[in-house]
Structures are given as C-alpha cells and as structure tokens.
Design a protein around this ligand. Structure first.
Ligand SMILES: Nc1ncnc2c1ncn2[C@@H]1O[C@H](COP(=O)(O)OP(=O)(O)OP(=O)(O)O)[C@@H](O)[C@H]1O
Length: 589
C-alpha cells in the first residue's frame, strides 16, 4: 500500500527534488552552459554523418553541394575532428562542474547532518548515514558527468535524427514512426520495474555496509562474545539477499535490452522492406535509403541506450531523495542569540519537569520532577539502573526539551538561551570517553580549539594526565589510535578531564565510569575530578556511592521520580530510604 502510494507520487516529487540540486550547479552555470553547447555541437556533428555519406553516394543523381569524392572525404574527416574536440571539451567542462557542485553538496550535507538534533541520531544508524554521504553522492557524480550528457545527446540524436529522416523521406519516416509507440509503451512499463529494483538494491547495499561498519566499530564486543561467525552469517545473509535483488533487477534490465534489440532490428527489417518497395516504385533513391538506414541505426542505438540511461537517472533520483530526506530534517537552532551570555552563574532549576523520549512518546521517563541545583554546588544523582539519571543530564544539555514543566538557568528559561552558547558553559566527562583518531594535543584542545601549548600542558597537569603524556616519546603529539584505542581507560578519562579543564565551564557534568579502574588510576582520576569540580556547579551521575559521600546534595531518582534528596548523613539516617538500601547493597557486595 505504502509502496504504491510512493510510486504514484514519485514523479512530481522526484522532479522537485532533482531541481533542488540545481542550487549546487548554479555557481558553475556558465561552465555548465558552455559544456552543454559543446554537447549539442558534438551530437549535431554526429547527425551530419549519415547525411554526408548519403550525399556522397548520390553524388551523380542528386543536386548535392560538393561534387568531388575527395572533398566529401575531407569534410567527413573535418566533422570527425570537430566532434572529437567537442567531446573532449564537453567531458572536461562537465567534470569541472560536477566536482565543484558535489563538493558543496557533500559539505552542505555534512554541515546539516552534524547540526541535527540528538533525536535524529537516536533513530538512524551511523552506517546508513555514512552511505548517504558516500555512495549516494557518488551515484550523483556518475549521473552528472556521464548520464545527463548521454540523455541530452541521445535525445538530440533521436529528435534530430527523426527530423533528418523526414527530410530524406517523409513517407518512410511515417511508416517507421508507426512502429515506435508500441515500443515506447513497453519501455515505460519496464522502466518502472527496473526502478523498483534499483531502489531496493541500494537500500540493501546500505544495510549490508552497516553490518560491516557496526561490527568493526564494535570489534571488541564481537570478539569478546566469540561472535565472529555469527556476524559472518549475518553479513552473508544480507549480501546474498543483495545479490538476489541485484540478479533479479539485472534480469529485468537484460530482458529490457533484449526487447529493445528485437524491437529495433525488427523495425529496421520492416523499414528496409518498405524502402525496397519504394525504390522499386521510383519513390526513393539509393543514397537516401543509405542515409535513412544509418539514421535508423543511430536512433535505434540511442533508444536502446536510452533505457539504461533512464534507469541510471532513476537510480540517481532515488539517491537524491534519500539525500534530501536528510537535508529536509529540521536542524537544531544553533544561531547565536542577540544577547550573549554574560556572568553565567550555573544555577539550574527543574520545575515540575516531565519528559518522554520522542521515539517512545507514551512512556514518561521523568515524572513531575522538581530540583534546584545552586551555583557551585556538587550534586550527585543516584538511583537504580534505568531510573532516568542520564536522561536528566541530557535535558540539562538540552539534547531534548521537557514534555512539560520548565528548566531554567540562573532563573531564566533554558529556551531563552542560544543552544551553542548554553552548551559552551558546560563540559561533560562521559563514562565511555570517545577520543578522536588524532594526537593527544588535538584531543585535549577539543575543549578550546584555539588553546596555546602552555594552556594545553597546564590542563593536562591539572587532569593528572601530564604524568603519562610526558612519558610518551612523542609527548602531546602521540597518536591515540582510532577512538583512542592506544590508551588505557584511565588515561582516556584523564584526557577527557583535561579537555574539560581547558574549556573551564560553569557547569560540569560527570558520568562516573562504571568500569573499574585499578586503584592507582582511579585515585588519579578521582583526584583530578575533585580539583576540577571546585567552584563549579557539578552534576555527578554516581554509580559507586562511596565517591559521592562528600557531595553537597545527593538526589535519589527512582523510576523517573525524585524520591529523596539530602546529604549523605541525612539520607543515611532514613532507615527505610532508598539511598540507605542502595548503599547497604553496595557495601555488602
Ligand atoms: N534514546 C532513548 N529513547 C527512548 N528511551 C530511552 C532512551 N534513552 C533512555 N531511554 C529510557 O529511559 C529510561 C531512563 O534511562 P536513563 O539512561 O536516563 O537511566 P539511568 O538512570 O541513567 O540508567 P543507568 O544507571 O543504567 O545508566 C530507561 O527506561 C531507558 O530505557
């Protein structure tokens, strides 16, 4: 049902989508225009051949404009040469336009993608998005450099060819055209089928790429669970299905080509039969027939190729639609506000906040929660797994907006601040630190891209990271490996702390690592964190209650609700309290 609906609406929509691509070609429209002229010229030169050859043969009988065989040969050679030059120029100019246009399309897609809200990324897989930027754009590249030119060239040859055929003999042309429409109907019918398969094929290829990407990204998990062969089986199943779809689509394309061949050659046989009759009756001469047959071959060839061109363009439309899906997604509003934040204190106030993730709108994950975190206060969030601690932090970062209730900073509603400006006042030290593939220096400077060498070293020292960095022979220039694999968990954590030190935020969000570090490493990390928290509003998602005893306030969350809050001493004295229960469980473990 869904599919049918998409199909009927697709032509209008897809045209509109393709037109949106014009925006990227616009800056190069002069080059594109000149390229088009060369394309038209080379196609016209192509069409001149049959005409000249026909005249060469009929030189004796017809009134032709040259009377010497050698002159005709020279003229044909000149046309050939001109065609070669036109083709060269056309390809060169089209490639220039395409590369320029695609670079800006790539940039805009990425720029848009990275500004989309977290909700979007919760719903899409990274592999799929990656494939949008790589394979869909490559698809467009082929279309814009060759397919589009082919389409125009073949259209000129078909239309111009028919015109010249009519000039040679309109009677024979009418006869030929009588056979054509039947072929066109079948061609359109087939074209639809091919399109369906190419879209399905593309989607399946993207899914199979996702398997490779996800399993390689999570290679530790794959190996630790000894699931190599499970992944192989998963990938094989998907690629087998890709092959099946490809083969099915290929069969349709093959059938299409076969049909076109029978159609075209059948038509030529019929035309020759008709022409022979006309020659017998004195209605046609040999040279004209020669030109006519050549036009038929040209047009037939173009028509046969036309199906393939149309199929390729349909593929490109599929790719464009997928890309436009991303470009049509609404971005986060990252434009700076007219009143930049000054003198931010870092007071946070949740006022009766209720929240459900957009992907699971029916389940409230935070329920009527009110919480006041004062500037400079250290607050620990504790509670059972799935209680909503990370969700609260994501609300503070404004990755999501409350469904109802209000979040405010320094007494002003969160929505009145610019998103980037607000987030610039915060730093996060996550549980699972993800480093970028570059050097330690780049990774620390991520907190402040314009930081000087001495600021970076200072931050590393404060984060207790300088101890191990200075031990590496390359120092700050040590490459951390993709996603930081060449560093230990504790080292990665300290680099993340150095990043936060450099950013010097007002609000600090710490997601305590659950993975146990060895005690020396843990001491260094904890010590760095303790220093970092001084003088800032800090929210710690605490998994080990031992680390939060000294917090100004411990907030206990259960099932999305705030059930208790107070200092360690206060909460420990509540015999029936959840905190008391949780801590007795941890300490008897
Ligand atoms: N992106 C999401 N979309 C939909 N539901 C989510 C999403 N993230 C978390 N949830 C759900 O929200 C609830 C709260 O999750 P949250 O991650 O905030 O808990 P938590 O207290 O931080 O747990 P943990 O201590 O295990 O990290 C859970 O039931 C979880 O399944």
């Amino acid at each position: 049902m869904q599919e049918e609906k998409q199909k009927t609406r697709i032509s209008k929509d897809s045209l509109r989508q393709i037109l949106k691509l014009y925006k990227y070609i616009k800056p190069f429209q002069t080059t594109f225009g000149i390229g088009l002229i060369f394309l038209i010229l080379s196609s016209l030169a192509n069409l001149a051949f049959p005409l000249l050859l026909g005249q060469l043969i009929d030189r004796e009988t017809e009134d032709v404009f040259l009377d010497d065989i050698d002159q005709y040969a020279l003229l044909l050679l000149a046309v050939l040469l001109a065609q070669a030059i036109f083709s060269f120029m056309r390809v060169k100019l089209f490639v220039n336009v395409t590369e320029g246009a695609l670079a800006s399309l790539r940039q805009e897609t990425y720029r848009h993608l990275i500004q989309l809200p977290i909700t979007f990324f919760n719903q899409r897989r990274v592999g799929e998005l990656n494939s949008r930027i790589s394979s869909d754009i490559t698809q467009l590249q082929e279309t814009m450099t060759t397919t589009l030119a082919e389409l125009i060239r073949q259209t000129i040859i078909i239309v111009g060819g028919i015109g010249l055929m009519a000039y040679t003999s309109w009677k024979l042309t009418l006869f030929t055209l009588a056979i054509l429409p039947a072929m066109v109907v079948v061609a359109v019918f087939f074209g639809r089928f091919i399109r369906k398969y190419s879209k399905k094929f593309q989607a399946e290829v993207a899914e199979s790429n996702t398997i490779v990407e996800e399993s390689l990204q999570g290679i530790y998990n794959v190996k630790a669970f000894a699931n190599e062969f499970l992944e192989v089986a998963r990938y094989s199943k998907k690629t087998d299905s890709v092959a099946k779809t490809g083969i099915k689509g290929g069969t349709y394309r093959a059938a299409f080509s076969a049909f076109m061949i029978v159609g075209v050659f059948g038509a030529i046989v019929a035309v020759i039969w008709r022409a022979a009759t006309m020659i017998q009756e004195g209605d046609l001469d040999n040279g004209s027939l020669f030109s006519f047959i050549l036009y038929c071959v040209f047009i037939g060839g173009s028509m046969a190729g036309f199906a393939d061109v149309v199929a390729r363009i349909q593929k490109a439309i599929g790719a464009t639609e997928e890309l436009m899906d991303i470009l049509n997604e609404e971005k986060e509003d990252l434009t700076p506000t007219p009143n930049p934040i000054t003198n931010f204190k870092g007071n946070i106030h949740f006022d009766n906040v209720t929240f459900a993730y957009p992907t699971r709108a029916e389940t409230n994950v935070i329920k009527n929660l009110s919480l006041e975190i004062k500037s400079g206060e250290q607050v620990a969030l504790v509670g059972p797994s799935g209680a909503g601690k990370s969700t609260l932090v994501q609300l503070v970062l404004r990755f999501f907006e409350p469904t109802s209730g209000r979040l405010s900073f320094d007494g002003k509603p969160a929505t009145e601040y610019g998103l980037s400006e607000l987030r610039n006042q915060m730093a996060v030290v996550p549980q699972d630190v993800l480093l970028f593939g570059g050097s330690i220096r780049e990774n620390i400077a991520y907190g402040k891209p314009d930081a000087s060498e001495s600021e970076i070293i200072e931050a590393a020292k404060k984060a207790n990271a300088w101890v191990f960095i200075s031990d590496f022979s390359e120092g700050l220039d040590t490459i951390v490996g993709e996603r930081g694999v060449q560093l230990s968990g504790g080292q990665r954590q300290r680099i993340a702390i150095a990043r936060a030190v450099l950013k010097d935020p007002c609000i600090l969000i710490l997601d305590e690592a659950t993975s146990a570090l060895d005690s020396e490493s843990e001491r260094l990390v904890q010590d760095a964190l303790d220093k970092l928290m001084v003088g800032r509003t800090s929210i710690v998602i605490a998994h080990r209650l031992a680390t939060v005893r000294s917090s100004d306030k411990i907030v206990v969350i259960e099932n999305g609700e705030l059930v208790e809050s107070g200092t360690h001493t206060e909460l420990s004295s509540k015999e029936e309290g959840l905190y008391k229960q949780l801590s007795s469980m941890q300490f008897t473990d």
